[in-house]
Design a protein around this ligand. Sequence first.
Ligand code: ADP
Length: 396
Amino acid sequence: MNDSILVINCGSSSLKFAILANAGQETLVEGIADRLGTDESNITFKFEGTKNTLTLEDGSHKNAVTHIKEWLNERPSIEQTLVGIGHRVVHGGETFGTSVLINQEVLDGIKECAQFAPLHNPAHAKGIEVAFELFPGLPQAAVFDTAFHQTLAPEQYLYPIPMHFYREHHFRKYGFHGTSYRYISQRLAQIVPGSDQQGVLVAHLGNGASTCAINKGQSSDTSMGITPLEGLMMGTRSGSLDPSLLSFISQAENISADAALDILNKKSGLLGVSEISNDCRTLEDAMMSGDQRAKLALDMFAARTAKHLASVATTLDSIDHLVFTGGIGENSGYLRQSICDHLKALNIRIDSNKNEQAPRGETLNIHSENSGTDVWIIPTNEELMIALDTISLIKH
Ligand code: ADP
């Protein structure tokens, strides 16, 4: 075992972590500290096939990282291999176009980008500060969700609003899920050498969902915008709609614009339409039992995903591959079929049997013989990407 990396994804009320060894190939331990900031917080370690949950004394982020450090102290054979820490950071703004080693200037930059990710970036900064305090001397890297999309051309990333909003406030499309898209692009190039010189469409479909067009290995357009609210219908987010609705909702409910925005972020999407759940699996079960609201929500999700795939495809020279990834993309045969049924005009067709029988967690080609585009299921692996970036930054 060598070159282990501690990967940290620090949110405002949770902290996910994993330790990857041997160039990211082996996950030694993973876990989550939950309900941080409350007196019910705990931390769970998944190690060697068992789960162990401990109560956190004061529910702080520092307490969570202290437990990870203690866990390592008890296992010196793992601790000795630790060479760095990689942090997932949601927003890198226009400042960060690649992953970077963290110093004070980078930490300040992450804090400055918090204007567009007020829940995420301050939590990431806190996680970084705590990790520096508890693991002094260990190099740390930041890997940004937005970085992969810094290759978009101005006609794709600018909003058609007065230009001074961009000049003075940096209001523009940033896009997210970039670490996942970069992984998918590289993984596809391993499976199909040369695909990094072709046109690739990717649908990252999870609770948060987006699409991306990758032209010759670079992001050329993506559906999410200045925040992760734009684009696809998601678990609880509405995705794109007529912005006038914001004002109509706030007038109808007699609430502020921020409260109306909260409805679009937290009470819309699959949850809002189905009035049952934001969870795709729950909705598929409900649909199978005949629930029409669940079916409508899923069918809207499929239609809107197809629309945003077609939209970002306008930046490609050719559509050679379509990749499904994320919890829904990897597991929902119903939605993959339904999305592809909307894309026949783009000559995208899948083999229904291969699609339905796809084994969980595996990379698979599911296109039919008469499809003009290869269609893939590829499980994403953002932790691996973060670990590899961290190792590469440490070694150069
Ligand atoms: P995120 O990382 O954005 O929180 P995930 O990528 O973990 O989300 O995806 C979560 C979604 O994947 C949920 O809606 C869940 O229901 C869905 N999902 C997971 N497994 C299945 C399955 N077997 N069939 C259908 N949907 C699934």
